[in-house]
Design a protein around this ligand. Structure first.
Ligand code: ADP
Ligand code: MG
Length: 411
């Protein structure tokens, strides 16, 4: 009994050390031969487990050789799995030719089983992988149990079950270690990608910023040209279109810059009432131009924590959308007040509204139903509100209008 437990513990740790070996090798950035080294480690494990099998008191012997085969097959490659089986059979024949045939048959079946579940295994989550391991062990244990009962050694069944259980736990832990290692590597990869992306977007932002200056110059000269008296109607039209297109480019660059602007994390206390009033006043001329009205009911001294520039951007985006949603005129009602621990800001328009599908797509990059839209405004706004730990809710009915409700924690 003591021997049995000793053997079992030894094997358990041999298998686990293989898991740690994997972790060690794969976390190393520069290990070129990690696969080869790991293969040798698997072979060594196979050798040890076969040379020192677990003995049951009735004289039966079992070992963990299935686990190295499993590991090689699923975590290296099929051919490595087959290689391990070949070595296994070779070792078996050296140890005694009598059980070779049975072992060959057993592993033939196991390999077929592995091929059958390979696809399912590779596309599974870690829990399902462990469940598949349990399934394989259950299958093998039951056939071994049958063999045991057949050979009249039925007393050994308890040993067999303990042995199978420990093997299964060893395998599960091994899978767990490997999967966690792979996850960690993947996360590191993602991190690198994100860093690279952030560097590029910063560069792009500086380029965009540089483009704005010459554009201002071009716009200025175009306006001077437009003032010329002896221009033909066509020339006038071309200049007007050019100016419009320049403005459009400017909007795109501004939106992009707001998006690419790194989160400065500036969380100053800001007077939301003042900003909202200011922004509404700023948008009023645009709204009159579009034959719409801005009606405000803004409480005094509403304070939040955040970035004044960014929150202004959100209000402008929403107001502009609201105005654009009312081609035949209407009003936008702007209400701001405190609600529990939040400041609640509501923009309600009487515009065209949105269908459920449109509402679902709102905030996705480049989603726009407008001919000259950029489809970035709402995305940027959502991002800003989220970073300020606020919430934004949109209700809309086709033909009736849309209501944007923003909740921001009081500051
Ligand atoms: P853009 O205004 O450039 O099209 P936005 O991200 O600001 O991009 O808006 C995306 C789309 O969401 C708009 O094209 C429009 O279809 C819809 N939308 C946004 N706000 C409203 C609103 N108040 N009423 C109706 N539709 C809206
Ligand atoms: Mg917009």
């Amino acid at each position: 009994m003591i021997d049995f437990i000793k053997d079992l513990i030894l094997h358990f740790f041999i298998i686990l050390s293989l898991g740690f070996m994997y972790n060690f090798l794969w976390m190393q950035k520069r290990s070129v031969y990690k696969k080869q080294i790991f293969k040798v480690a698997i072979l060594a494990t196979l050798l040890v487990t076969m040379a020192l099998p677990v003995r049951f008191h009735g004289g039966m012997e079992f070992d963990f050789k299935l686990i190295p085969v499993f590991i090689a097959f699923f975590y290296l490659s099929r051919s490595d799995g087959l290689l391990i089986v070949a070595v296994l059979l070779l070792l078996q024949s050296l140890m005694g030719i009598d059980r070779l045939l049975i072992t060959a048959m057993n592993y033939g079946i196991i390999i077929i089983l592995f091929f059958a579940i390979e696809k399912a295994y590779k596309s599974s989550t870690i829990n399902r992988r462990i469940a598949l391991g349990l399934f394989i062990y259950g299958l093998i244990t039951s056939t071994r149990l049958a063999a045991l009962i057949n050979s009249g050694n039925a007393d050994d069944y308890l040993y067999l079950i303990v042995f199978s259980l420990v093997s299964f736990i060893a395998l599960s832990l091994f899978i767990y270690i490997i999967e966690m290692t792979n996850l960690q590597i993947k996360l590191m990869h993602e991190l690198h990608k994100a860093e690279k992306f952030s560097a590029i977007s910063q560069l792009a932002a500086s380029v965009a910023h540089e483009i704005r200056n010459p554009m201002t110059t071009i716009r200025g000269f175009m306006q001077v040209l437009q003032g010329e008296r002896n221009l033909s109607a066509d020339q006038n039209l071309f200049i007007t279109i050019s100016l419009q297109e320049l403005d459009r480019t400017q909007t795109i660059i501004n939106n992009f810059l707001a998006l690419a602007k790194p989160n400065t994390g500036s969380m100053d206390q800001i007077d939301l009432s003042a900003i909202l009033k200011e922004t509404t006043a700023f948008m009023r001329s645009y709204s009159h131009f579009a034959n719409t009205e801005l009606v405000e009911a803004i409480d005094k001294n509403l304070c939040i924590k955040g970035d004044a520039h960014e929150i202004r951007q959100v209000f402008i985006n929403i107001l502009k959308n609201g105005i654009e949603a009312m081609p035949s005129g209407g009003s936008i009602f702007i209400i701001a007040k405190v609600e529990k621990d939040n400041v609640r800001i509501q923009f309600r328009d009487e515009g065209v509204g949105m269908t459920k599908e449109q509402l679902d797509r709102l905030g996705h990059p480049y989603y726009s139903t407008k001919e000259k839209g950029t489809g970035l405004g709402m995305m940027i706004s959502y991002d800003i509100i989220q970073r300020m730990r606020g919430k934004i809710n949109v209700e809309s009915e086709e033909g009736k209008g849309t209501t944007f409700t923003i909740l921001l924690p009081c500051g």
